[in-house]
Ligand binder design. Structure first.
Ligand code: GDP
Length: 706
């Protein structure tokens, strides 16, 4: 046995129940990390085996074979082709859906050729029992050359037995590299292998064949090794595609009769419950109706169920902050704690209800097998835009908030489609834009009615549609720009409908909330503190000077205490770094019809778009008004001190509205995009093009109206 904790990999086709079994085996002892160099999450957990053995369980992504069509599948190949790499397992648990054994054994047969000990775990024992499907396990095990057992990721049946078998497997001497394959090698392969054997010691013949198939993209190969492989390929007449087909057919021919002979009784072949339900749920008319009905429900839940906990969180943190402000000495450290750290903390925690609710509902739908159907229904149209059937869930949830929506794209296995979904989702108008729209629409559109239609409501809807159009069109553009060699394939096999395993649902919710708070949270906290510093400090001496000046002019104008405080706040903000930054960027935003006050609001509302309204209230010294409508009234009367023209003309207001429709004014989204794409490159590109589009459209609108 190796000295470190032995590594055990969970491998299986998508939907074989790998995640359920991983959850059963490790419970909360899971960690999410990174596979080096790629954006795929690596889930690992600790496994306690009989005899006090501890092992590390690695959950590899689902894969159909060693001939990958997605990034996830490539990762599986990459982890298993090179003996001794960081993810190379000491033993494998291969999960197969016992009700679809013939389809699920291809990868198993390939794995056998690696010489790593494998346990064949036949999942969905409960379904097999219901359907009267029985296998002679001894026969299967003997013919397939691996210990086999029945288990259930749902009930947990068989988990202890699996652990015992794994302990036994690890206790046996390692098999070591096998020198044959499960299928008869083709003449080309037989010629290729000896040419590579001494250059790649420790590789099994099948691993050498795989090197030849994947020489173009395997990241660990050195240029010299690539050259050697290419040479062997041309010497032996090795043909990539042809040999893949040859090998696959051979393998099926080999294991199909074994499976048939070991099956004691054929399962129920009559039209199942699943088929009948599918007739309705993927029907061309009823399918989309049911889907949008369900989405409406989720959307409704995101808004209404999340509201109470969000208010409670904000209320509680607000009270704590006031309490601390009143009881701690007046000092910038107190302000840092209350307005910087606590505000940042609040900005993180406040998203938890939405994230939890969205993932609770989505993973329920996923668990019962519905999501696969929804993706299937919309795949074709979404692929036209460079998206994936599953993107539609993200786009719809984006109407509540882009944060959980972007996190929900993790189920899209094609990287390009996932990336495009992430990039365009923030265009969908989220709930934080509503207060900004509410305040500004009044300056552009009069509250008149045409017939029974309220013009302002129509404008509201127009802004939403604009966001949707921007999302779809830019997806189309990205589809053309971004290059990939991954093929997107339409889902062909739909899983059966099942009762959800609540344990899986809760673990998903837990995992999402945890990664958001820990990973995106860190960035949100830092940016909040930076924004706080910007708006609380200024060049030395400038803030006290502004305070004194404001106090004096308040006295001259005989203002009451509240008015004085408002004026002081406004002048302090003006003197702060944020204020200076607002003035500094004024030349840049002038062509859009924005003055420096709006500039400040653009900067501060980066914390969250709705902060725009509060900043406007402060800067026009009309604080202490909670109501958007009274703020709007005050704003409506603002005039330029020099030209005496109204600030919020229709031109400026429309320009500002468009800016908020398109611009990436949300640090939390940036933090989440960085987390999900695991690099700063994509959030920066996204920030750049969204801001660019916002600038351009605001500029055009301003020129047109002014
Ligand atoms: P993965 O894609 O391989 O990770 O598979 P999941 O663990 O997500 O499972 C796919 C579906 O099968 C989910 O709906 C699970 O609830 C369900 N499932 C998993 N194991 C069992 C089982 O033993 N019995 C039944 N009836 N359903 C299961």
């Amino acid at each position: 046995m190796p000295e470190q904790e032995p590594k055990i990999a969970l491998i299986g086709n998508p939907n074989s129940g790998k995640t359920s079994i991983f959850n059963q085996l490790t419970g909360l002892q899971q960690k999410v990390g990174n596979f080096p160099g790629v954006t795929v999450d690596k889930k690992t957990g600790t496994l306690e085996l009989p005899g006090g053995i501890r092992a590390e369980l690695i959950d590899l992504p689902g894969a159909y074979s060693f001939y990958p069509t997605s990034k996830d599948e490539k990762l599986v190949v990459q982890s298993l082709v090179q003996p001794g790499n960081d993810n190379y397992p000491d033993a494998i648990v291969y999960i197969a859906d016992v009700t679809k054994l013939e389809k699920h054994l291809l990868l198993f047969s390939q794995l056998k050729d690696l010489g790593i000990p494998v346990v064949l775990a036949l999942n969905m024992a409960d379904v097999a029992e219901q359907e009267g499907l029985q296998y002679d396990l001894d026969k299967l095990s003997q013919k397939l050359g691996a210990p086999a057992l029945l288990l259930s990721g749902r009930s947990g049946e068989g988990m202890n037995k699996l652990k015992t078998m794994l302990a036994e497997l690890l206790a046996q001497p390692a098999i070591g590299p096998v020198d044959s394959t499960q299928y008869r090698l083709s003449p080309e392969e037989s010629k290729l292998i000896p040419q590579l054997q001494d250059k790649f010691p420790g590789y099994t013949p099948y691993q050498l064949v795989l090197l030849a198939h994947h020489v173009k993209w395997l990241p660990f190969l050195s240029p010299l090794q690539k050259e050697q492989i290419e040479e062997a390929i041309s010497n032996s007449g090795f043909q990539d595609l042809q040999l893949q087909v040859y090998e696959t057919m051979q393998r099926y021919d080999q294991f199909t009769p074994i499976v048939q002979q070991a099956r004691d009784k054929d399962g129920d072949q009559s039209a199942s419950f699943t088929d009948r339900l599918d007739d309705l749920l993927t029907n061309r008319f009823f399918g989309p109706i049911v889907f949008f009905g369900l989405m409406l429900l989720i959307f409704h839940a995101l808004f209404t169920w999340a509201e109470l906990p969000m208010n409670l969180i904000e209320g509680a943190i607000g009270s704590l902050s006031t309490f601390l402000q009143n009881s701690l000495p007046e000092h910038w450290l107190t302000n840092l704690l209350t307005e910087g750290v606590l505000a940042g903390f609040s900005g993180i925690v406040v998203f938890i209800p939405q994230i939890a609710i969205l993932f609770f509902l989505i993973s329920l739908l996923e668990e019962v097998g519905y999501m696969a159907r929804a993706a299937f229904m919309f795949d074709r149209i979404m692929q036209f835009f460079g998206l994936n059937g599953r993107s539609i869930v993200a786009l719809i949830s984006g109407g509540a908030c882009a944060i959980p929506a972007i996190m929900s794209t993790r189920t899209i296995s094609n990287w390009k489609e996932r990336l495009i979904t992430i990039l365009v989702t923030p265009f969908i108008s989220c709930s934080a834009r509503i207060p900004v729209y509410t305040v500004l629409i009044g300056f552009v559109v009069p509250p008149t009615k045409i017939g029974f239609i309220n013009l302002q409501a129509l404008a509201f809807m127009g802004l939403y549609l604009l966001g949707i159009a921007a999302a779809l069109l830019s997806a189309l553009v990205f589809k053309l720009i971004l290059r990939t060699n991954e093929t997107s394939f339409l889902m062909l096999e739909l899983p059966a409908y099942r009762l959800p395993v609540m344990r899986n649902v809760w673990l998903t919710v837990w995992e999402k909330v945890k990664t958001f708070t820990v990973e995106a949270g860190r960035i949100i906290l830092i940016i909040t503190i930076v924004l706080w510093v910007l708006s609380s400090f200024g060049p030395p001496g400038s803030i006290p000077a502004a305070e004194t000046a404001a106090q004096r002019s308040a006295q001259e104008q005989k203002m009451n205490a509240d008015e004085t405080q408002d004026l002081v706040d406004a002048k302090v903000m003006e003197a702060s770094f944020a204020g200076r930054l607002g003035k500094f960027i004024e030349p840049v935003i002038k062509p859009l019809g924005f003055d420096w006050k709006i500039g400040i609001a653009l900067i501060t509302s980066f914390a969250a778009r709705e902060v725009f309204v509060a900043t406007m209230a402060t800067i026009y010294s009309i604080g202490h008004q909670d109501d958007e409508y009274s703020i709007r009234e005050k704003m409506a009367n603002q005039r330029d001190p020099v030209t005496k023209e109204l600030v919020y003309t229709p031109a400026t207001s429309l320009s500002l509205l468009l800016f908020y429709v398109f611009a990436m004014q949300c640090m939390s989204t940036i933090a989440v995009v960085r987390r999900e794409t695991k690099s700063w490159k994509w959030p920066l590109i996204q920030f750049g093009f969204m801001t660019g589009l916002a600038y351009l459209s605001s500029w055009l609108a301003y020129m047109w109206l002014s």
